[in-house]
Design a protein around this ligand. Structure first.
Ligand code: HAM
Length: 405
């Protein structure tokens, strides 16, 4: 019979990877809580309209990469390609915008993008993300970036930070016009994607990967040279705060991000150790999205880390032997063993081996499974109401009375 395999670009998290996954989530969650964020869980499936209106119809994510289908109730739905849209929807749906509530949420989970799979680029991947609502101060942008630094430092991950400002509703439209004029002049030298983007999303031409486009666009106007006074002041302030906190960064004037909702601060953390898909975290400010999805105007800023992209960079500490392994030399002692082991389970990690084995085989198995104490019942022990225990770390052996054990 043919084997049923997992879908292309969708991997199991198993063995060391699942341990690393848990370790990353635990480390990041702990730090997010220290920054005042609390856990939120939103559905994996949402109305397609939510992503069209937030991530943007002209983005590759919505235009080409969504797992979109009509459900049995004839609703147009999509598996979430990212986490921000759902969290914003939830913030509005629970009327937190009406109260002007300052809310900070963290989340983690599966995201789906129908991309061409390669190293670091999956169709099912996981993000750890944070979203902060109600705070317009640029100190919050800095705080978010410093939180990612703390997470990466705790995980022992090296990175480079790139920042940019995408302006606001004052300066961005003016800049857009300026850029369109420039792009129209260069149109015949640009790739087909860029030609199309002049109409749909001119800003995205700035991060085109085609060499000839890159060269042509080098002389194009840059948003950071066309910011309004407030955006310019905030961008300068952000840099000052990062410098004061000892965080190095590069200004990347072509950093525009692949999602349409950003305003002002945009940033990416990249790693030089993971191959061509080198963005390990990305985010920024999105002050207009709450309003755009029907809520009360609310400033917001957030980020997401790509868990699979950092998995290879995380080293797990060598684990010490821990807990108890229980075994019998004869199956008829299993009832007694099971009772003793079940009690131990209340306070430590326990494995019960149901199959009878020789003492040597139990000891080997115990070590292989990473347990520290090997507790065995044989005929002598059952007769005397005792249990034999070996500490595989210190190599000590002992016999305990079952009632004290
Ligand atoms: P994003 O840059 O699209 O931003 O994704 C964030 C991170 O997810 C990326 O830096 C990357 O590490 C990882 N990632 C993205 N696509 C894939 C893929 N196909 N395979 C593996 N990893 C991937 C967002 O999603 C925004 N929602 C971030 C945000 C939150 N902005 C504000 N708040």
């Amino acid at each position: 019979m043919d084997l049923v395999k997992s879908l292309r670009g969708m991997n199991d998290l198993i063995g060391t990877d699942s341990e690393k996954f848990n370790y990353i989530i635990q480390t990041a969650s702990k730090i997010a809580k220290q920054y005042g964020f609390s856990y939120i869980e939103t559905p994996l499936l949402e109305e397609t309209a939510l992503f069209k209106r937030s991530v943007g119809e002209s983005s590759d994510i919505v235009g080409k990469e969504m797992y979109q289908f009509i459900d049995k109730g004839k609703n147009d739905v999509s598996l979430r390609p990212e986490g921000t849209a759902g969290v914003v929807r939830s913030y509005i749906e629970h009327k937190l915008d009406k109260r002007g509530s300052k809310e900070k949420f963290f989340y983690y989970g599966a995201m789906f993008r129908y991309e061409r799979p390669q190293k670091g680029r999956l169709r099912l991947f996981h993000q750890f993300g944070c979203e902060s609502f109600g705070e317009s101060s640029v100190f919050e942008d800095a705080s978010i970036i410093l939180m990612i630094r703390d997470i990466f430092e705790a995980l022992g991950i090296r990175y480079r930070l790139k920042i940019n400002s995408l302006g606001c509703s004052q300066c961005m439209p003016k800049y857009r016009e300026l850029l369109i004029t420039d792009l129209e002049e260069k149109k015949e030298h640009l790739c087909n994607d860029c030609k199309r983007r002049i109409e749909t999303n001119p800003i995205r031409t700035l991060d085109c990967k085609v060499e000839s486009c890159k060269e042509k666009l080098e002389s194009s106007p840059k948003i950071t040279d066309n910011l309004c006074e407030t955006c310019d002041r905030d961008f300068t302030k952000l840099q000052e705060i990062l410098i004061q906190n000892g965080l190095e960064f590069e200004i990347d004037k072509n950093l525009v991000r692949g999602l349409d909702y950003y305003t002002k601060t945009a940033f990416e953390f990249v790693s030089d150790e993971v191959g061509s898909q080198n963005a390990i975290a990305g985010g920024g400010r999105y002050d207009r999205l709450v309003e755009f999805l029907g809520g009360k105007p609310t400033p917001a800023v957030g980020f997401a880390i790509g868990i699979e992209r950092i998995m290879d960079l995380v080293q797990l500490e060598e684990r010490d032997l821990e807990g108890y392994y229980f075994g019998v030399l004869d199956s008829e002692y299993l009832d007694t063993l099971f009772n003793l082991a079940s009690q131990k389970r209340r306070w430590t990690k326990v494995h019960i081996e149901y199959k009878k084995r020789s003492l040597k085989s139990h000891l080997k198995n115990c070590l292989k499974m990473g347990y520290r104490y090997c507790a065995v019942l044989g005929s002598d022990e059952v007769e005397n109401g005792t249990i034999w225990v070996k500490d595989l770390k210190n190599k000590d052996e002992d016999i305990f009375s079952q009632s004290d054990f």
